[in-house]
Ligand binder design. Structure first.
Ligand SMILES: Cc1cc2nc3c(=O)[nH]c(=O)nc-3n(C[C@H](O)[C@H](O)[C@H](O)COP(=O)(O)OP(=O)(O)OC[C@H]3O[C@@H](n4cnc5c(N)ncnc54)[C@H](O)[C@@H]3O)c2cc1C
Length: 434
């Protein structure tokens, strides 16, 4: 019987396994160095915040795997011998495969800062990171201050997590405004204020120079590059982005760039070896998408698509319109289609921006200034319906249509009734339409 081996038990690997089982009787083995069972990485923050236990982050009961004849193996793969189709583990055990799916995810970036490997200095990605956070930042007596380095989605999550335990947080952000490589200026500015309103010591345009050790090899402070200021702290979170977790692949003849290079069928350069999820890099980006997409739903989509191919129904990865969502403390963020930051705006792209007076809700709609075609929407503090925007993007609607039909896409009709006129007036004023 054909043996499908999957390295990585995250959303990508597990989705592939589940769908291969749905469509076939093949032998399936999932390998993980991290955890016995699949868990939801995006829920890790809620464990620290006390909303759920780690057990609750497991989407399937422990019996599910055996019942579905999916073998689970704990271990770290150190080498892939592609010529003999053999995996070699760190304890020198071996495992043979007929087809191999690499779904090894990401790892937090470390940029060679002095002190980056001290005790109490870590990223926030793995189950072990969560366990270490409980050791170094369980409360504000053990951790009198935490410093977070890097202003992205995981950085702001970590700031929120620590602040729920009343641990003072200094948040160092290299950019001049929070996540302004992605968010348009109006939104980025709103989030700056929101972070400060949560009593986070947000330092913009600020880099770390050095992380300083105490006599036991544990962090005691951080020194700021621009000012040489020394900030005493007991914990440092490194959240300056993630990159594909593929160091061990680089020893093999599987082609890599930043990630494992794949074509539209998620095939690598080696026959019978595929890569999916955070660790995969498209040879050629799909539309405006990035060649590496480190988000949950694309990992799931890749897993589903690859399962079809492996079960004999060859299928290309075609993710459709971009969307994403996140939370910045209390403010929900949603994006559909493409809304670029002011820094990265396309030459034909222009924005309509509406902001609520209380500074916690706003809408930014991107459109083509030559044709008025709708390109995308961002909302902060307002929940929109995915399927509606997905349809409007496919139908290539124009900006007028979007503004006049926004209520159809809104989850909260009461909110919309109240602000519809205000939004339409703002639109007419900004675009001088009479
Ligand atoms: C705190 C946090 C919050 C997030 N929130 C969101 C969100 O709100 N929305 C969203 O879309 N995305 C979010 N993400 C990103 C999302 O979680 C990832 O895109 C997704 O989990 C990646 O899944 P994956 O299956 O590709 O890899 P992973 O989940 O990283 O799984 C890979 C697994 O492979 C194992 N592995 C790696 N190398 C080896 C080896 N050599 N041998 C054995 N095992 C190995 C790893 O230990 C790991 O268990 C978040 C991420 C984090 C860290």
């Amino acid at each position: 019987m054909e043996h499908i081996v999957i390295i990585g038990n995250g959303i990508s690997g597990v989705t592939a396994a589940r769908h291969i089982r749905k469509h076939s009787d093949k032998k399936i083995t999932i390998i993980s160095a991290e955890s016995d069972y699949f868990f939801s990485r995006t829920s890790l923050m809620y464990v620290y915040m006390g909303h759920m236990t780690f057990e609750h982050t497991k989407p399937y009961e422990d019996w599910f795997w055996e019942k579905n004849r999916i073998d689970l193996k704990k271990g770290f793969v150190k080498t892939i011998e592609t010529a003999t189709k053999t995996l070699i583990f760190s304890n020198d055990e071996t495992l043979e495969y007929d087809k191999l799916i690499i779904a090894t995810g990401s790892k937090p970036n470390k940029f060679g800062w002095k002190g980056q490997d001290l005790k109490g200095v870590q990223g926030f990605y793995t189950k072990q990171d969560l366990e270490n956070l409980e050791i170094y930042a369980p409360n504000n007596e053990v951790c009198k201050r935490a410093v977070i380095v890097g202003g992205g989605l995981i950085g702001i999550e970590l700031a929120e997590m620590l602040s729920t335990r009343n641990i003072p947080v200094t948040f160092l952000v290299r950019e001049s405004s929070f996540w302004n490589g992605v968010l348009p200026d109006g939104e980025s500015d709103m989030i700056n204020k929101h972070i400060k309103n949560h009593h986070i010591d947000l330092r913009l345009s600020t880099n770390v120079k050095e992380i300083v050790s105490d006599e036991n090899g544990k962090v005691k402070s951080v020194i700021i590059e621009e000012t040489d200021e020394e900030i005493p702290c007991d914990f440092v979170g490194l959240t300056a982005g993630v990159s594909p977790n593929i160091d061990f692949i680089k020893l093999s003849n599987i082609e890599t760039n930043n990630g494992i290079l794949v074509n539209r069928f998620l095939e690598t350069n080696i026959t019978d070896i595929y890569a999916i999820g955070d660790c995969a890099e498209q040879h050629e980006a799909i539309g405006n998408r990035k060649p590496i997409e480190a988000v949950w739903y694309t990992g799931r989509m890749m897993g589903e698509v690859l399962a079809q191919t492996i079960c004999g129904n060859k299928m290309a990865y075609n993710p459709g319109h971009w969307f994403n969502s996140a939370k910045f403390f209390d403010i929900e963020y949603q994006t559909y289609g493409w809304v670029n930051s002011n820094k990265n705006k396309l030459d034909y792209e222009t924005h309509f921006h509406w902001k609520h007076a209380n500074d916690t809700k706003c809408i930014t709609i991107a459109f083509d200034k030559n044709t008025n075609r709708f390109l995308g929407i961002n909302t902060l503090g307002i929940r929109m319906r995915h399927e509606v925007f997905d349809r409007w993007l496919t139908e290539k609607r124009d900006i007028d249509y979007i503004v006049n039909h926004l209520s159809e896409a809104n989850f909260d009709p009461e909110f919309y009734k109240k602000y519809e006129l205000d939004i339409k007036n703002a639109y007419q004023n900004q675009l001088q339409i009479v």
